[in-house]
Design a protein around this ligand. Sequence first.
Ligand code: ZN
Length: 587
Amino acid sequence: MYKNPTLEAAAIAAIRLDEPRALLDRFVTLVRESGTADEEAAGRYLVDRLTALGVPVTLHAPELYISNPVRAELSIAGPGGDRVLPARPPAMARSTGDDAVSGEIVYVPSKYAGGTASLFDLPDAARGGGADDPVRGRIVLTEGFSMPAAVGAFERRGAIGEIFIHPGHNVHEGICTSIWGAPTAESLGRKPTVPVVCINHPDGEQLIADLQRGPARASIKTWLREGWMRCLLPVVDIRGQEDPEEFLLVHGHYDSWYEGIGDNATGDAALLELARVMWGLRDRLKRSVRIAWWPGHSTGRYAGSTWYADTFAGEIDEHCIAQLDIDSPGCEGATAYEEVMWMAEADGLCRTAIQDALGLPSERVRPLRAGDYSFNQIGPTGLYMLLSNIPIEERKRRGYYAVGGCGGNIAWHTPDDLMPVADLEILRNDLKVYLTTIVRILNAPLHPFDYTAAIDEVRAAVARYHDAAAGEVDFAPLLADLDAAASACAEWRARADAAVGAAGAEERRRLNGVLRRVARLLVPLNYARGERFDHDPALKFGAVPRLEAAAGLAAAPAELRPFIKVGLVRELNKARATVRALRRELA
Ligand SMILES: [Zn+2]
């Protein structure tokens, strides 16, 4: 593993906390909902500080498709008496305005997510259907966050409205569409067409108790402000000295729910400090680093990063070394690195960077189809998203349930996400991890990613599908292709590592070009269901998602199975063509 102790020490020694502190002080006064004056003020603040620090910044101003929840009214009539419950609509749900949707409530019990990694799972409660489905024509009441898989499944079952009971005293804001970034004419049909509201746990428990005594009716009104909104998107580009075309994209969102200190003002502060430190070291950086602050993450389903992926697709395809996402670092009590996302090929780099920067072990989680990972279908390797967390044991002790940020603090996506959620000394730790990782990516002679590990991960998934398909679809030829590709990749890397020291600039660039093209084949194969340059829905996928139907083959109805097999054979052909292209690249 490439290391550069002198440069890493200089980068870490350069960390200061005054810019991060000042940013938090400013951002705690701003409710950074996309398309609003407060978000614009935050964007301007970033530009002003970068300019004051002498760091050149480009300010884009895209029109993004945003849905800002305004308010909801939930009226209940039933055995517990008539009352109005406090409720919040998630972004991208239907806005009814004054046209209430009313109906009988049907309770469908569900379990809360066991951990952050299962937040995007489809709960069993959302499975069902048919003409006699009790959900049809009724308003469903269930537990959990209003995640897209559950909202979409209940809608398909014929629910006319949906009420989600959150696990705590606060209702957490969220977004319920699976559409990633701005909708296309085709994907627009996936936008939820029913009103959705979220209520807190005590109100939900009361409502469930009422329903045990007799039927109850609900009337839902929702107001959301939706449309194309102009948002600011600042990007810093610090050019490298040797291979300036090649760049690492370091990014995070600056829009927020409420004042959003832990999610994601601390991340914005980290990005600003990284820009300052990297600018100071620019004469010693071999490759370029781009630092981007996204709008539209919370109420546009990653609309800012998706816009950037669409608009700069060619540059990202050709020259992007990797993308590093920064969300919710630097939170109070977050001393553990036991649930950190990175792709398999970045395992050595990330694990070693955390160990070297802090002397701490870490545990990898395969990146979810979430966060600002809007680049998987172009194909740069992705690393990090959330980073440090409150240790799992401590979260249990505090009685916390699973959330998707703030270091695991349940202030996440609520009005409680204020200054006490942040801890600048923990942000310093996270900055050490980021800088160690970034310096190694920028200055390693060869991109520090082990694509043999990615092929192994793909192979392991295909082997599982092969077993699950139990002779109905034969994945053995693909497994053989992958074995050959893994050997070719390991040999290629060993030769390249031995040759790069004596190689000239042209040869070094050629070798790294091969690594990036290998990533362009492997990342979509491992992570994408749809085409390259497209954006898959925000749903839970397994590894090699195009072949995932094999896992459900045995349990599928007998009359459906032949159709599933036809689809799997076609996907198998595509996968084999991808692996052939991979082997040609490495030949
Ligand atoms: Zn976030």
